[in-house]
Design a binder for this molecule. Structure first.
Ligand code: FCB
Length: 768
């Protein structure tokens, strides 16, 4: 769980949202020039952007309405210092002060980023980041920021993503100022940027009117392991802080931009690899760069998967086909928030804020006038859940700033990427709150408790049946249910069983391969924490090609004493299929126990046993003590107590492997109920019950059984300790997953809403 004072915020940058005004006194910056040169997609510019400079009061009210507690925003250097140094633009100071004050009026804590990429053009003309004077220039800007805002703002961040503005701006030239400089220059720029950061930290603290908190916000893709094995984890850690990038991409390096700041030294491996390109690096430089910070910001959007290769070295692992991506084509990899955050914290050990994270989606206004962005909600849910895990495992995570509040100007991509949780119609500047913002509101209000991960959503447990060969079995379990059976003498499919004689395993998902008996013991909450020493039910499908023996089951009390603590057996049958003139044995005709004994001794079977006619769809409850037998030709779904105790009274003198099967005459005589209740009372006709509702077939001490025929969509809340379902006819969907005849599954406790549709019949069961 996140700390009570966890900071829930949103992030933005000046250039991406503010816009301009002919009267604003703003100096020109490198992005204005870049736009003038037509280097933004579709020839766009940020002259208006979100017009936030005229609408911020409304925007903060909207933030307040949505429960947002903190806002990381940036100040435009050239707005404050139009020439980069010297003259201060008082209109800018007034605007930013008013912004901060109105944030605070709305209960929003300001976090100022000093530099989010819009370098003053006047200073670019003097060489920009390549000119060593940039350290003093940036220091001067820091002084102005501290003097003017430290009385009303406590949190300051120096640089946003140096990896980006150094690399994209000066190596690949994709971002302003659009340069493709030689490596030597780019390394110098990086070094100067880090020194400028250090100088800013010094000046922010020196000129602040009170103690303030200062941090830094680098970015990078995070390496995460393909599995949880120590080898793969090490491969990911090594790669994350290593130097695997090709030279034309070298700035995407975590250690190079973090180690000097947080650890006071450049990493050895990099110093070696880059030696020929490096500027002079002095001890004074390192001291300047590594000014103590109060927190570390990290902008994390995605990661890449690593494992240990056969040669012991880390190797990249491709994501599976069709793995999720954002509209920007960035991989959706929540793992980076668990492992990335853990790795960063282990190495740098400073309180950590996620200073940016979010996704672009293809958002549009729907016919209902709203903006539905379930992909973003899912992304955030997955990522923030992973962050919570990292936090719970010891990383000191203090806050999360979602990128971003308003759809805005996405740099070289212009307005083609929508990252906001609030939709902006750029023609009218109308704001429409997207669904994800309402979701985020709930997360904030609950301090993360409403994350799906904390709501313990539980999967449907699909089971692998176990098959039993029997002398009376046949091949209908293959013919009618499509199962792969061991032979054409397969009598029983143990479809839901935790019995040691046939323990089902979970077919798929997070519990795949686990035995039902184990799950019941080890994850009791899945089954409503029932106070039982074993899973209580056993569901079978029986294919009786020949008659089953005449038998009887003991009750719990008798089984406990005579069967080594086993449960007795109460069971019930739903007739899946049978011939026209089918019968079952249910009950007997003996008037007293003496008569019963006599009839058994004298093998007067036809006189003793009671046969009743049955049809498809009949339902029969077999209480302990009931003499019964399934006759050849029947297919039955049986719901019973989790027990395998049967007393065989008579087996038609059949031989199994050349020998008669064992009989249990004495036990049978002990437990048979005398006289038997009337047969009619135990058979009910369940074929034509109403569709699309749960029809209760029986509720006894041991189970409740229902029949559900689905012809229209059916929804209900799963409120039993667990609910077993078996599809006995047809096919359909359960919560979006395809199910068909022969599938058996369990909805765990607290599963929530079940949605079924299709054309199918199911038998369901639970305990009382
Ligand atoms: C980050 C930037 C931010 C925005 C997001 C999508 O790299 O800091 O301005 O562009 O990406």
């Amino acid at each position: 769980m996140f700390r009570d004072d966890f900071v829930w915020g949103v992030a933005s940058s000046a250039y991406q949202v503010e816009g301009r005004d002919p009267e604003d006194g703003c100096g020109k910056n490198i992005w204005d020039t870049f736009a003038e040169e037509g280097r933004i997609l579709d020839g766009k510019d940020a002259y208006t952007a979100c017009d936030h400079m005229h609408r911020y009061k409304e925007d903060y009210k909207l933030m307040k309405l949505l429960g947002i507690k903190a806002y990381r925003f940036s100040m435009s250097w050239a707005r404050i210092l139009p020439d980069g140094t010297g003259r201060v633009n008082e209109k800018a100071i007034a605007m930013y002060r008013d912004m901060i004050l109105s944030m605070k009026e709305n209960g929003i804590e300001p976090y100022i980023t000093m530099y989010h990429w819009e370098f003053p053009q006047a200073l670019q003309d003097k060489g920009g980041w390549l000119n060593e004077d940039v350290i003093q220039w940036f220091g001067e800007y820091a002084k102005v920021v501290a003097e003017n805002f430290s009385d009303i703002c406590e949190y300051f961040i120096t640089l946003n993503e140096p990896e980006c503005f150094v690399g994209l701006g000066h190596l690949s030239g994709v971002h302003a100022p659009g340069l493709k400089l030689p490596y030597k220059d780019v390394f110098k720029i990086a070094h100067n940027a880090l020194r400028a950061h250090g100088q800013a930290v010094i000046n922010l603290r020196k000129y602040a009117s009170r103690p303030i908190k200062v941090g830094y916000a680098p970015t990078c893709g995070m390496a995460y392991p393909a599995t949880d094995s120590p080898e793969d984890i090490e491969a990911a850690r090594k790669t994350l802080f290593g130097f695997h990038q090709p030279m034309d991409n070298w700035t995407w390096n975590v250690a190079w931009f973090n180690d000097p700041v947080f650890l006071g030294k450049y990493p050895e491996e990099g110093l070696k690899k880059f030696a020929e390109y490096l500027p002079e690096i002095t001890d004074e430089d390192m001291e300047l760069i590594s000014q103590p910070l109060d927190f570390m910001g990290q902008n994390i959007y995605n990661g890449y998967m690593m494992r240990q290769g056969e040669d012991g070295e880390p190797e990249y692992v491709d994501r599976e086909a069709g793995a999720a991506k954002t509209a920007a084509g960035w991989p959706v990899t929540p793992e980076c928030f668990y492992y990335g955050v853990k790795f960063l914290y282990e190495r740098y050990h400073l309180p950590l804020y996620i200073t940016e994270n979010g996704m672009s989606c293809h958002d549009d206004v729907s016919l209902d006038g709203r903006v539905h962005d379930p992909n973003r909600q899912n992304f955030l849910d997955l990522y923030i859940s992973a962050l919570q895990r990292a936090n719970d495992d010891g990383a000191d995570v203090r806050g999360y700033f979602l990128w971003t509040f308003l759809d805005n100007f996405e740099w070289d991509k212009g307005y083609t990427e929508r990252f906001g949780i609030v939709y902006v119609d750029f023609k009218t500047q109308k704001r429409i709150v997207k669904d994800s913002a309402f979701w985020y509101q709930k997360i904030i209000e609950s301090n993360g408790r409403e994350l799906t991960v904390n709501k313990k959503t539980r999967p449907i447990l699909f089971l692998n049946p176990v098959f039993k060969e029997m002398i009376w079995g046949g091949n209908q379990l293959a013919e009618k249910f499509g199962y792969e059976i061991p032979s054409d003498r397969t009598g029983e499919c143990w479809a839901v069983s935790a019995h040691p004689n046939g323990d089902c395993t979970v077919r798929e998902g997070e519990y795949a391969g686990r035995k039902l008996s184990e799950l019941f013991k080890e994850e009791p909450e899945l089954f409503g924490n029932l106070p039982l020493d074993r899973f209580p039910l056993l569901i079978k499908i029986i294919d009786a090609k020949a008659d089953l023996s005449i038998q009887v089951h003991p009750d719990d009390a008798y089984a406990k004493v005579h069967e080594n603590g086993s449960l007795g057996k109460t069971e019930c049958w739903y007739i899946l299929d049978c011939p026209e003139d089918a019968t079952l044995v249910v009950g007997h005709n003996a008037g007293s126990r003496e008569e019963l004994k006599e009839m058994i001794d004298q093998k007067r079977w036809s006189e003793l046993i009671r046969e009743v006619p049955v049809k498809k769809g009949d339902f029969i409850q077999i209480n302990p003590g009931t003499v019964h037998a399934i006759k050849g030709g029947l297919m039955i779904l049986e719901t019973q107590q989790n027990s395998d105790i049967t007393y065989r009274v008579y087996d038609y003198d059949r031989l199994s492997n050349g020998k008669p099967r064992e009989l249990h005459v004495q036990q049978s005589i002990d437990v048979i109920t005398v006289p038997a209740p009337s047969a009619e009372d135990s058979v009910s006709h369940a074929a034509d019950l109403p569709a699309n509702t749960m029809n209760e077939l029986i509720a006894c001490d041991y189970y409740k059984v229902y029949k559900l025929t689905v012809t229209e969509p059916v929804s209900f809340e799963q409120e039993h300790p667990f609910l077993i379902m078996s599809v006995i006819e047809g096919e359909g969907l359960v919560n979006g997953q395809m199910i068909r005849k022969g599938d058996h599954f369990i909805f765990p406790s607290g599963f929530g809403k079940v949605d079924l549709q299709g054309d199918m019949t199911l038998i369901a069961s639970s305990v009382k």
